[in-house]
Design a protein around this ligand. Structure first.
Ligand code: AMP
Ligand code: ZN
Length: 473
């Protein structure tokens, strides 16, 4: 399996630190509002990476943080006249709901910055002891970038150019930096801000230190994969490397993966630019799985433009896959329980080539666009090679192929919407059986009454040659 590593700009063979295990850290959102669909891109993509590793038989330890102390959260809290913890808790819960809608698996650990302050103070202390950080007069602690010889290795930036243009990096209050590229590890408290005691001053951490601390705590000094959107390469991830490697003396992350932006009319979707749709906005119009398919329809390193046209295309593609799965399920229900014919056996072998192309695409730097193409090819193959005469075993084998590949992409094909619990489903099916029994007994009044009752529940019945199908209105 090959991964394009931002560090080397090369596709490299993936070799885990420990055989059979993968440790992944993905920078999560700053929680001051509903997440937008740009934020959903890394969530969905890295969740798919995780699912693919699971499919390949790895144990995956997946950590993704919530940044719950930040200027924007504080600003929002002040606007609402409440505490910043109220704001961050609210939007962490909302973000988790969006993740469920997008079928993003819960992380092994979802740490929050405010619960890891002790670890941050400890790491900053170590950096000062080792000469990698210094305290300025007002109590701010800065990282001394000149001391770290590899600063810039991830972003491939020319540091001298950055320094000579450094004047722009010098904002008010930062004249106390030794170097324009030095960045804040700890800063003094301001009025109305959450703060913690520390050896340097009462204050709060800078943004970058949290990820170094949480990654080390939950995954160890070295990890396999670190991910996030490409806007995080510089300075956030560069700074994480500087912090973590100065402390451990070891390479922090082996593979750095960065997704390109979700754009709107070729501009990065962002809250600050105001050109965004929240996941919630989109869910009012489309199902979560349509958004998920749309986000996976381009390679993660290619920019993706959002449009209703592309969303509708994703919707039709998904419908094609779902129809195929439904047909298989219904046909299987009425099929003869015979063994596969010779011809069917050959067809199953032939269909395996789509799994091979799926794997080839995913092994080549997680190319979900090509993996989806393999799924569409499989759907076409199934549609042309199955009929009402197919054996149950044959239909079953093809169904397993389809569900396995779509499952790796996190696409749920079940026709019943999420609100149908197992109990709801059992109840609906029992009512359908009762209606069938009434019809058989020529009690049409009863049969119609049951149908009306189902209709009132929003269930539409369809009598087909293959039996009664049902769906939600
Ligand atoms: P933030 O809340 O801005 O820290 O972003 C959380 C995650 O979403 C980070 O990995 C960002 O790189 C990513 N992200 C933000 N905006 C976009 C976008 N328009 N397209 C893709 N990824 C984004
Ligand atoms: Zn981070």
């Amino acid at each position: 399996m090959k991964i394009l590593n931002t560090l080397s700009k090369q596709k490299e063979e993936f070799i885990p630190l420990e055989p059979g295990k993968v440790s992944m850290y993905v920078c999560g959102p700053t929680v001051y509002n509903f997440i937008h669909i740009g934020n959903a891109r890394p969530m969905v993509f890295f969740d798919t990476v995780r699912r693919y590793f699971l499919y390949r038989g790895y144990d995956v330890n997946y950590v993704s943080n919530f940044t719950d102390v930040d200027d924007k959260i504080i600003k929002r809290a002040n606007e609402e006249g409440t505490d910043s913890a109220v704001i961050s808790e609210r939007y962490i819960e909302e973000c988790k709901k969006d993740m469920v809608s997008l079928n993003v698996m819960e992380a092994t650990t979802h740490p929050k910055a405010t619960e890891e302050i002790g670890g941050m103070i400890e790491m900053i202390g170590t950096l000062i002891d080792k000469g990698f950080a210094y305290r300025a007069e007002d109590g701010t602690v800065y990282y001394r970038t000149r001391k770290f010889p590899y600063y810039g290795k991830l972003s491939h930036k020319n540091l001298d150019d950055l320094r000579s243009g450094g004047r722009s990096l010098l904002v008010t209050g930062e004249e106390q930096k030794e170097d324009p590229l030095d960045f804040v590890l700890w800063k003094p408290k301001k009025e109305g801000e959450p703060s913690w005691e520390s050896p340097w001053c009462e204050g709060r951490p800078g943004w970058h230190i949290e990820c170094s601390v949480m990654s080390r705590k939950y995954l160890g000094e070295q990890i396999d994969i670190h991910g996030g959107g490409e806007d995080l390469i510089f300075p956030h991830h560069e700074n994480e490397i500087a912090q973590s490697e100065a402390v451990s003396g070891k390479e922090f992350a082996r593979y750095w993966m960065h997704n390109a932006f979700l754009n709107i009319e070729n501009h990065k979707m962002s809250k600050s630019a105001g050109n965004f749709f929240t996941v919630r906005d989109i869910l009012a119009k489309y199902e979560g799985r349509v958004l998920r398919l749309f986000l996976l329809s381009a390679h993660y390193r290619s920019p993706l433009n959002f449009s209703d046209e592309l969303m509708n295309a994703a919707k039709s593609s998904l419908e094609r896959i779902i129809n195929c799965a439904e047909n298989l399920a219904y046909r299987k229900g009425i099929a003869r329980a015979a063994e596969m014919t010779e011809e069917e056996r050959t067809a199953v072998e032939e269909a395996a080539k789509y799994r091979a192309s799926f794997e080839k695409a995913m092994d080549d730097d997680l190319n979900t666009a090509d993996a989806l193409a393999a799924v569409y090819d499989l759907v076409r193959y199934i549609n042309t090679h199955t009929s009402e005469d197919s054996s149950a075993a044959f239909l079953q084998a093809l169904e397993e192929e389809l569900l396995s590949l779509t499952g790796i992409l996190g696409l749920d094909l079940s026709s019943k919407k999420e609100e149908d619990s197992a109990e709801d489903t059992a109840k609906i099916e029992a009512m359908i059986a009762e209606r069938q029994a009434a019809r058989k007994a020529k009690d049409f009044a009863r049969a119609d009454a049951v149908r009306d009752e189902l209709a009132a529940m929003g269930i539409i019945l369809e009598d087909t040659r293959e039996g009664v199908k049902w769906k939600r209105a």
